[in-house]
Design a protein. Structure first.
Length: 347
């Protein structure tokens, strides 16, 4: 079985990572390197690391032609793009895995409020499956349209879910402190992301207004079985890749540190890509770089009665392209780790 894959947005960071991963996949073949900005240019001229590896020219973004040739289409595109072009013809011909936020949030009004754009294909929101593999695996298997999760929501949800699922924390006290490398902002030229603006600096951004907030709240609400509202504050740090989540919440009376750690072991004992670190070990971005792993570990502060929930992952791999390939593997009944058995890169 060879899965014919097309990538729309192949010349962004997530798109290029998809190329890197799919080239190592035994059951996949990339048939379309879509890029609106580089049509008819060699892909390897855009990314020199692909010299003498990829000889293909970049093509446009004609999904209606591509859907008749591909088994799966990855859309690593800005918010609003897929919602503006997707239709029943495309979904009846092939699977679609969207790396934007267009189909992640079930309430269209919430999406339009936080993203500031009108949703142009809300009729497909209900059937779209949120592609957080470790939590939605069974729903993903039969999907036509998969909404690949955001990077911050992936790390935050996996780091916190065991606590809300077991009912061990007061969700009204939940605060998430998040830090990301600059690749999370994409490849477009923006003054705040220039070297001199980012180097030797760390800053909070999107305070109280970051658009991943409702996505995290929605997924943790499903895990908790009740609405969850939280504070989420991201920070930009001067590194290429990586996300670090440090979340805080009050423990409910009677919850012990043994119960907390056992909850993580129970939640992830069968999950290859979620590594529960030894008790007392803090996740670090350098130990997951270039891989599809998420390292998580909780720490109970008995003095204050709080729990600190920590997670680290590569924002481009598990936070985008790696999870998209993991979703593809589930969709086509393959070993979930195919093409993703990547040892983290260090140094």
């Amino acid at each position: 079985m060879v899965i014919k894959a097309g990538i729309i947005g192949s010349t962004g960071y997530a798109g290029q990572e998809l190329v890197r991963l799919l080239l190592q996949h035994k059951e996949a073949e990339i048939i379309w390197y879509g890029s609106k900005s580089y049509v008819d240019e060699k892909f390897s001229r855009v990314f020199g690391n692909m010299f003498q590896i990829v000889e293909n020219l970049c093509q446009g973004d004609d999904l209606h032609t591509l859907c008749r040739e591909a088994d799966v289409i990855f859309t690593a595109t800005p918010q609003g793009y897929l919602a503006s072009v997707i239709d029943e013809e495309i979904l009846s011909q092939c699977k679609v895995i969207d790396l934007s936020a267009d189909f992640r949030i079930k309430d269209v009004a919430v999406y339009e409020k936080w993203y500031g754009i009108q949703h142009k294909s809300s009729q497909f929101i209900e059937e779209a499956v949120y592609g957080l593999c470790e939590l939605n695996r069974e729903k993903i298997r039969g999907a036509r349209l998969v909404a690949n999760p955001g990077c911050y929501p992936t790390c935050s949800t996996l780091a916190i879910a065991p606590m809300v699922r077991e009912g061990y924390i007061d969700t009204k006290t939940l605060v998430i402190d998040a830090k990301s490398g600059t690749s999370g902002a994409g490849r477009g030229a923006k003054v705040p992301n220039l070297y001199c603006e980012v180097n030797e600096n760390i800053k909070a951004y999107g305070v109280t207004s970051h658009r991943h907030t409702p996505e995290i709240e929605e997924q943790l609400s499903y895990a908790a079985g009740e609405p969850v509202m939280l504070n989420f504050t991201p920070h930009l740090v001067p590194m290429n890749r990586g996300i670090l989540i440090t979340a805080y919440a009050n423990l409910k009376p009677g919850v012990t540190k043994e119960m907390v750690y056992d909850a993580y072991q129970k939640a992830y004992k069968e999950e290859y890509f979620v590594r529960v670190l030894e008790e007392g070990t803090c996740p670090e971005t350098r130990w997951v770089e270039g891989s599809n792993f998420v390292d998580v570990c909780p720490k109970v502060d008995e003095r204050t009665g709080r729990v600190i929930m920590m997670g680290a992952m590569d924002n481009i791999t598990k936070g985008a392209a790696g999870q998209a390939v993991q979703n593809m593997n589930i969709l086509f009944g393959l070993d979930e780790t195919e093409g993703l058995r990547l040892v983290p890169v260090f140094p």
